[in-house]
Design a protein around this ligand. Structure first.
Ligand code: SAM
Length: 277
């Protein structure tokens, strides 16, 4: 494994102590770092937002390839270290912030691409946060393998859930390659994978429908072992004939379980319910 000076500070004293509570597992394999940067397909003019730059191993590559790079780091000591490292690069801005409190679109102030070896304790919130319009033109994330499996899951499998449906409603998710725990320092307890998320040219939902879809999907998967007739009765306080009529209008078999519905069927149900409200 090509582990080398990505793990060593550049002549400015030691790195700050590793904060495991912030999901700090630093990627030290140069070949994998290069593959992540390659997956963004940068042409040199893009604004790139990086989530969780850490000690800057990926940031170094992005700073070379991006038109403008904004690196969002929560750890004050790491943000300061990065500010010093890139002080002479006028295309790099280090923003010390919790990424979940930042409007990515506002920070970019124009079209942008997104990348991050994200902290695993908040992977799913970050993925949802990044779905808020205006979305990145493409996003590449290093995530725990289980999350990559959920993103790509087929309806009816145990990995299929709210994350799968909500992402599929607005974007295409692909797993690019796996990353072993040994590529990090310190190694995480889980395997990882690199995924790319590309917004659909024609999303299944309008921006106004995105939040109601999240609520519907979350509530439905909260009853994933129940049949859809029971789910709809419970969600909308309907009797059985009304629930059957609603499901018929959405072309959903009342006896199937929510975990077998396609993203299109969830959207169909959302629209039937809205039309009846
Ligand atoms: N990108 C670096 C790398 O590949 O070695 C570090 C990745 S490490 C898995 C995740 C990074 O996210 C850490 O630097 C951590 O401090 C930072 N982080 C944790 N919580 C954050 C948050 N809420 N907002 C922004 N950055 C955060």
């Amino acid at each position: 494994m090509a582990r080398d000076d990505a793990d060593v500070p550049r002549g400015r004293g030691a790195f700050p102590p590793t904060r495991k509570s912030l999901g700090q597992h630093f990627l030290t394999d140069r070949r994998i770092l290069a593959r992540i940067a390659d997956a963004l397909h940068l042409t040199g003019g893009e604004t790139v937002l990086e989530i969780g730059p850490g000690r800057g191993a990926l940031t170094d590559l992005l700073a070379e390839r991006a038109g403008r790079l904004i690196a969002i780091e929560y750890d004050r000591a790491l943000a300061e270290l990065l500010r010093q490292r890139y002080a002479r690069r006028n295309n790099v801005l280090v923003a010390e912030a919790d990424v979940l409190t930042v409007s990515l679109g506002e920070l970019a102030a124009g079209p942008y691409v997104l990348v991050g070896n994200v902290p695993y304790y908040i992977t799913t919130p970050i993925l949802f946060h990044a779905l808020t319009p205006p979305r990145a033109e493409r996003a590449v994330y290093l995530v725990q393998r289980e999350v990559a499996d959920r993103l790509g899951a087929a309806a009816g499998t145990k990995e299929y859930g709210g994350l799968t449906v909500n992402v599929a409603a607005v974007a295409r998710a692909e797993t690019l390659f796996r990353v072993p725990a040994g590529a990090f320092s310190p190694p995480p307890k889980v395997e990882s994978a690199v995924v790319r998320i590309t917004p659909l040219a024609t999303p299944l939902v309008t921006p106004d429908e995105e939040r109601p879809l999240r609520t519907l999907v979350q509530n439905a998967f909260g009853m994933r072992r129940k049949q859809m007739r029971r789910v709809v009765r419970s969600l909308y306080a309907l009797d059985a004939p009304a629930a059957n009529a609603m499901l018929a209008a959405a072309q959903i078999d009342p006896e199937v379980r929510p975990e077998t519905l396609s993203p299109e069927q969830f959207v169909g149900l959302l629209r039937v319910q809205k039309a009846r409200a």
